[in-house]
Design a protein around this ligand. Structure first.
Ligand SMILES: *Cc1c(COP(=O)(O)O)cnc(C)c1O
Length: 462
């Protein structure tokens, strides 16, 4: 199994290389050259297996023997032992045929743990094998940073530096990062905004000389291993609800499109899926593209579902590559045009997408209404991201017979502000986190100056 770029120019890579590399050298994203297939028998045989065992079976072909089976099984088992629910990602039935797939039982209470618990361990394994160390740098406005830190805190060969804008992330989100006191975890509070932090991380990747040859690794959502890890829960949920004997549908609160693209991969591997619903907040580029063929950037809007606040959906490129029948030149041309002007998809690729995907956009007022309505009808308290999915599933589903699985991407306690705005008294943190606000914190405040940040990273890496 080799991995190829969505823009058709960069060299093909092995699994190990692709995990250690971020973007392809031609500006594209890596995807597997062939999509492994799960037969009806393979799916049937997964019924009743543990999540970790299903995960091993789904991911093993992508790993391609580059980690031996026994070691990989151990990595998968350790990654998902960090989840507080024995089912890892339990299905919660809301009504006759609508289910929530709860992806928020990991260490930071959001679905990004599913991928990052695995990615940290895979990186550590490959680095140990090569006798190398690496530095992870990332910028966060709150969410991804803590999941990356939790995924790397036990990794001997990785040092992680996460930049967040000083005094501009919520207390819960800051403490989820800064209360991890491991020797290889460094939180940097930048005296600036998120864009300043992100610009410094980008500049560091573009020019890595300050690290004297140590590899810099990105764990953002374009890393293939994150997609791979997310394929698993689509398969597990589909099998739990009757695949391969019946179809299921999924509704996914979406931003960078990594999560729902993993669902599409599960479909291409053989999971019978009737429909994928893309739910967005007011940052609706995905909805405008699918519903109106308006593939254009619009200004960023701050919403009640902040982890879905994006201008561009980076992983959508991977779906475009499939819609354009893997024509890397066509994808490159489309995305170059998109960078500078509003554009549109060609007709045939758009029709291919519309055969499987529909979309729905949910504004802030509706998010609050949905949190109240869902609680009234089902007694479930939804976080604001999941609320976009709940509404989109109700409005855009093709039929009532096919089971609808809405992905619950965060625990409501993580986004209590929206829940309080919807009229609820607040949401307690789950028991294993209820002392978060008393835990010791450690972070370093630095000015938004590239040289100072890079000097700090160079001096503190182990
Ligand atoms: C990251 C995130 C999303 C969006 O996922 P994508 O893979 O970027 O589409 C949705 N909800 C929550 C809570 C998130 O953290």
């Amino acid at each position: 199994m080799r991995y190829i770029s969505t823009r058709g120019q960069a060299p093909a890579l092995s699994f190990e290389e692709v995990v250690l590399t971020g973007m392809a050298s031609d500006g594209g994203l890596y995807v597997p050259e062939q999509i492994p297939q799960l037969s009806r028998e393979d799916l049937q045989a997964m019924a009743g297996l543990s999540y970790a065992e299903i995960a091993f079976r789904v991911m093993q072909p992508f790993v391609n023997g580059e980690i031996d089976d026994e070691t990989f099984r151990g990595i998968v088992r350790d990654a998902y032992a960090t989840f507080s629910h024995d089912a890892v990602v339990p299905l919660n039935q809301l009504d006759a045929n609508h289910f929530l797939l709860e992806l928020f039982h990991g260490p930071t209470l959001a679905f990004k743990d599913v991928a990052l618990q695995l990615l940290g361990r895979i990186l550590d394994h490959f680095l140990a094998k090569r006798g190398e160390r690496a530095v992870i740098m990332g910028a966060t406005s709150g969410d991804t940073g803590s999941a990356a830190i939790e995924g790397c805190r036990h990794c001997d060969n990785l040092d992680i530096f996460i930049l967040h804008p000083h005094k501009r992330v919520s207390e819960v989100q800051r403490r989820q990062m800064t209360s991890v006191l491991a020797d290889n975890v460094f939180n940097i509070a930048i005296e600036g905004n998120f864009d300043d932090a992100q610009a410094m991380v980008k500049a560091s990747f573009a020019n890595q000389g300050f690290l004297n040859g140590t590899r810099l690794v990105a764990v953002n959502s374009i890393n293939w291993a994150r997609i791979m890890a997310q394929i698993v829960y689509y398969v597990a949920a589909g099998v739990a609800l009757g695949a391969p004997h019946r179809q299921v549908s999924f509704c996914v609160p979406s931003a960078n499109f990594g999560n729902i693209f993993a669902g599409y991969m599960a479909y291409r591997m053989g999971l019978p899926v009737k429909q994928f619903i893309i739910a967005t907040n007011a940052n609706d580029i995905l909805h405008r593209t699918i519903a109106a063929n308006d593939f254009s950037k619009q200004e960023l809007k701050a919403t009640l579902a902040p982890s879905m606040d994006i201008v561009v959906s980076s992983n959508f490129e991977r779906l475009l590559f499939e819609a354009y029948e893997r024509d890397g030149h066509a994808v490159a041309a489309l995305l170059e045009r998109f960078q500078s002007e509003p554009t549109a998809l060609a007709e045939a690729p758009l029709e291919r997408l519309r055969a499987l995907f529909v979309s729905h956009s949910v504004d802030d007022a509706t998010i609050l209404e949905v949190i109240r309505e869902a609680h009234h009808r089902t007694k479930e308290l939804l976080d604001p991201h999941t609320a976009t999915g709940y509404r989109a599933a109700e409005r855009a589903r093709a039929d009532a017979e096919t089971p609808m699985i809405t992905l619950a991407t965060a625990h409501p306690a993580k986004f209590a502000e929206a829940v309080v705005k919807a009229g609820f008294p607040g949401v307690p943190l789950p028991p294993h986190m209820d002392d978060l606000l008393e835990r010791e914190e450690r972070y370093t405040v630095l000015p938004a100056e590239l040289a100072k940040v890079q000097a700090f990273v160079a001096q503190n890496r182990r």
